[in-house]
Each structure stands twice: as C-alpha cells, then as structure tokens.
Design a protein around this ligand. Sequence first.
Ligand SMILES: *Cc1c(COP(=O)(O)O)cnc(C)c1O
Length: 365
Amino acid sequence: MQPHATLRIHGDAIAENTRRLAAATDATLMAVVKADGFGHGHAALRALDAGATRLGVAGIEEALPLRWTGVSAPILSWLNPVDADAASAIRNDIELAVPSIAHLGAFATAAARVGRRALVHLHVDTGMARDGAEAAEWRPLCELARAYELRGLIRVVGIMSHLARADEPGDPLTVRQRLVFDAAVRTARRRGLAPRFSHLAATAATLTDPSTHFDLVRVGAGLYGIDPSHTTELRPAMTLTARVTKVRDVPAATAVGYGSRYITDRATRLALLPLGYADGIPRSLSPDASAFVRGRRVPLAGTVSMDQLVIDVGDAGVEPGERVVLFGQGDAGEPTIHDWARWAGTIEHDIVTRIGPRVHVEDAA
Ligand SMILES: *Cc1c(COP(=O)(O)O)cnc(C)c1O
C-alpha cells in the first residue's frame, strides 16, 4: 500500500547548503540539528560530511540519541533545566551550555558524581532577555567556573550568546550585542578562563556579518534551505506530497468545507487530500495558498480540516490516487516552504518543524 502522504528529505540539498555556509566563514561550523533536524530527521547529519564538525541541539534528550546512534562529533546541548540529567550528558561527552550559577553548580555536582569534568559553554545574554546569564550574574559566573576548573570539575570550552535581530542585516542591535559579547569574553579571560570557542552567530549572521563569526558559527535554518536574512538563495530540503483520496465534479456556487468559506466560481473538479492541520498544514492560510498537480498550481479550497483538505483542480483531469505536491524544491514551479510561510503568515522554520507523525518520511534517492 502506498502511503497517503509522504515527506521526502533531500540530503543532497542539506550537504549543498552546508558547503555553501562553510564557504561563507573561516570559523568552525556547528550544525544545529535540534527539533529532529528542523524536521529533516537523520538526513540533517549529512552536514557532518559536508563541512560541519560539531553538532548543536537544545536539550540533553536530543543529544543522547545522536551519541547512541554512533555520532562521534562533539555535541553541544544548550537548553536544559537545572535538574537535567547532566550526569548522562557528561558520561556521553555531551557539552553543556551554562546560563546561570544554579546550572553551573548542578553540572559541577554531576561531574563530581561521574568522576569526569563537565565540558561547558558559558552562555551570556547580550540583549534578547531570553536564555543566557544576565549582566549582573556574568562576573560571578565566570569566577565560579574558574574555581570549578581548578577543582577539576569542569572545563570551559566556549562562551556563547545569541543575536536578536540578525535577520535584519545592518540593524544596530547586532553591533551592540557584538560589543557586549566582546566585553563578556574579556571578563571571562580576566577571570582566568581560556575558552577555545567564542560563538555568537547563527545562519543569518553567518551569511551577512563576518564580524560576528568569532571562532564558531551555529547554523541551523541555513542547512535546510532557509535564510532568515533573505540575502542568499539556499536549497529547500523537503518535498511534501499526498495522494488524492477522491474527486468530485461540482457545479458553480458549490460551498466547500467548514464554514462554507470557499464557493466555486464555475463548474469544476474538487480533489480531496488526506492531509490537515494535525499533519502540519497551517489552518490559517491566505486565499492564494496552492498545491501543484499535473504541472500547475491549483488553489486550496476552503478551510483546512484536521485530517483533510480540498483543492480545486478545475479541468486538469486529476484522478483518485494521483500524487499532488504541497511543497517541494521549486524546480518544476511547485510551491516551496517560502511560499507556504508567506501564505501562513509565518517563517519557514514553522513550516518544516510542524509536519506530523502520520506523514510517511523517506529519503530522496
Ligand atoms: C536554533 C538556534 C540556533 C540556530 O539558528 P538558525 O537561525 O536556525 O541558524 C543557533 N543558536 C541557538 C542558541 C539556537 O537556539
């Protein structure tokens, strides 16, 4: 039985994007593979063969399975609660970001229990009031880290921060954050720390602002064909298709779907697709949202339901069982994740990370 809906992952596109990003910097390239590789699964690891030498994820629970499946590259996990399983991270050579004194204490305690140093990156907030240590906590955090280093409990491998507005190249906040970051690194060095990696840039800054690259760049979106700065053409790495469940020929003035929000303006054929918002199709879409079948774009008709949606295929002659493209790499004129982000009033990240578990995933040949 052929799957109803299929997500094909283009590992070659991930490799190509990685090479492109590696060429944009002299810094070490960390491939960010959080959230199941932004929804691309294990194909995200293609970045490791194409120029990336380190991996980054949010939680420890994302890092451990990578190690268990045989990834030997250094892995950094940067978002964990104070009571996270740091002992497992340390045992498995997972590096940990430290956003507070409380975290540092917990990780040092775990290191003492395991009998091995925790490799840490001190995370400083430089102007987005999200993750990372606040300004007032930074100096004491550096001092405590140095004290734990001298006791053999941790080693500070890196100092990191994150940019709030790098997707708007030239924004003065990026300059300000870079200066605050410079000062934070100097503070750390004056307290006796010798981090190998200072790192601030993600995809947008990697592509647009070399002054932010320091020793390492953390690149996620770009690997998957998304450039938040909209300055560089990268290659999308997903194709989402579904097979037509049934078709019906209807007269003009037929109301389609919940709320009767689409009324046919002529006699036409409607095709039903077994994909809905539970599968990651955004429910809020602009009227120009479309799918691609028999070489042309056709409009979505009416409200996206939980499990299904309807397209208006006109006289294209579409039949049950035919495969329709929701989005792809754009080569044949099909919609891309960029189109879907626009239609949904969101960003491409939100499109690629939301595909649901009912969709069959396969690697492109
Ligand atoms: C997700 C994330 C990144 C990757 O950002 P992109 O814009 O996707 O390249 C880098 N650093 C941190 C801390 C992140 O959370």
